[in-house]
Design a protein around this ligand. Structure first.
Ligand SMILES: Cc1cc2nc3c(=O)[nH]c(=O)nc-3n(C[C@H](O)[C@H](O)[C@H](O)COP(=O)(O)OP(=O)(O)OC[C@H]3O[C@@H](n4cnc5c(N)ncnc54)[C@H](O)[C@@H]3O)c2cc1C
Length: 416
């Protein structure tokens, strides 16, 4: 029988060109990271804020942002594999991949515009997302549209060559420092709910847009409410066709859920290594049950790694991440809740009295260099609860997997 052997299919060597990129980014890191660098997690207070701003500028000037985007849109014209190798190296040393708005502007919107944007939109918006002239946030969720996203009630009405928006978004992460928002708005109230939605780009620097911070139980305000009161945006700031924004929105969610599938495991492995260290310090590694749970966690990170390679291979072949990204999202967010609960068990009663340095990262795993402090683990444990909610809850990911990947019957709908 023909076809590749198992050995051929499982070749994880990178081609020489990608290894050249690795050497290039390593040289950049050597020349640009501060002396004695231990990872982002080791920075505190102003040191952290200043480093992030300066680092974002260096990444941009070095051409390390939007590396796989075509050159005519300000990108590097390089391969997705080059981009992955760079992300791997950044993750290895614990340096950020960009600024906090890049998740939205580059990872989500930029990649979506490459698939759906007009030539004019790509030439206008992509370079500005890279330069940080535009700092993006995501206007999807509303008080009555979370899991049921197609229920968005924010309305947009065409007035000459401008849309006028009215309504409210909620949970807008990084909305306080953003100056542009990509929003889903209802443009046809008579059409079935998925077919009357339009995806539009809105300048937030106008009187019709108001952002109000939401304070979390833990103190900070990572997200906001965003109100549109007769906010305006030009007619040509619609991505895709009018009333066909649902398809654009789903492409973007695929990037949101599947993005980082290949590099996420590097961060999760680093965090788990710190947990191994903590278990040794606390003597918890002597307990057979804890040892078994630690090994299970290690196994899960290995599986995550291979899922990531699978996603990357498909992405390089030009696949839209689509519904398969639901598997990645489900896998890492479930894993992270389990492993952070294990950390609480390892800490025992100490977990109730927070002490030491807190981590700065709100989402996913902690940062390389994070202290093995009770405060650090307790915060990561709390943040892990949000992982199964944002970017679509895990119940919704299971519905997607069941209906779109396994072909199971659709769940009954009350609204139709
Ligand atoms: C940290 C964080 C950051 C976020 N950032 C942003 C952002 O920047 N921009 C943005 O637009 N949104 C953001 N969100 C919002 C997020 O996308 C929503 O919270 C999420 O989609 C869930 O919606 P909801 O909160 O309205 O919950 P609901 O939809 O009300 O769900 C409540 C519960 O019911 C379950 N449920 C609902 N429908 C079904 C179903 N059909 N089958 C099975 N179970 C179901 C859900 O799984 C959940 O457990 C963020 C959320 C968090 C936690």
């Amino acid at each position: 029988m023909g076809g590749p052997t198992t050995e051929q299919r499982m070749d994880f060597e990178y081609p020489p060109a990608a290894e050249e990129t690795r050497a290039e980014i390593r040289a950049f890191l050597d020349a640009n990271l501060p002396e004695g660098w231990k990872g982002l997690g080791a920075l505190e207070g102003d040191e952290y804020t200043e480093f992030r701003a300066d680092w974002r500028r260096r990444l941009y000037e070095g051409g390390w942002l939007g590396m796989s985007w075509p050159k005519e849109y300000g990108g590097g014209g390089r391969s997705h594999l080059d981009e992955l190798v760079v992300a791997e190296e950044l993750a290895r040393v614990g340096a950020p991949f960009g600024g906090e708005h890049d998740t939205f502007g580059i990872g989500m919107l930029g990649n979506t515009l490459l698939m759906w944007g007009t030539e004019e939109q790509k030439r206008h918006f992509l370079p500005k997302a890279l330069s940080y002239e535009h700092k993006w946030c995501q206007g999807y969720s509303e008080p009555n549209a979370g899991s049921d996203l197609a229920n968005v009630g924010t309305k947009a009405v065409l007035d000459g060559d401008e849309w006028i928006l009215n309504g409210q978004k909620i949970w807008t992460s990084a909305g306080g420092s953003a100056n542009w928002i990509f929003a889903l708005a209802r443009t046809d109230t008579d059409a079935p709910k998925h077919r009357g939605i339009t995806f539009m780009l809105v300048d937030m620097d106008q009187p019709g847009v108001e952002v109000r911070p939401i304070q979390m139980m833990s103190g900070p305000s990572h997200f906001n409410e965003t109100f549109f009161s007769d906010a305006r945006t030009p007619a040509d700031h619609v991505v895709g066709r009018v009333n066909d924004g649902w398809r654009v929105a789903m492409t973007l969610l695929g990037f949101e859920r599947g993005r980082d599938a290949a590099v996420g495991p590097i961060g999760f492995q680093g965090e788990l290594d710190r947990l191994f260290e903590l278990a040794r310090d606390k003597g918890a590694n002597e307990d057979p049950k804890t040892r078994e749970e630690l090994v299970k966690a290690w196994e899960k990170v290995q599986v995550m790694k291979f899922l990531g390679y699978q996603r990357l291979t498909a992405f390089m072949a030009g696949d839209d991440p689509g519904p398969k990204s639901a598997m990645d999202k489900l896998y890492w967010s479930d894993y992270h809740q389990v492993v952070t609960e294990l950390a609480m068990d390892v800490l025992g009663p100490d977990a109730l009295a927070y002490e030491g340095q807190e981590p700065r990262t709100a989402f996913r795993h902690d940062d390389k260099g994070a202290a093995n402090s009770t405060a650090s683990w307790a915060h990561v444990f709390e943040n892990a609860r949000a992982g199964t909610i944002y970017a679509g809850t895990n119940q919704i990911q299971r519905n997607i997997i069941g209906e779109m990947l396994l072909g199971l019957p659709k769940e009954p709908s009350l609204r139709g």
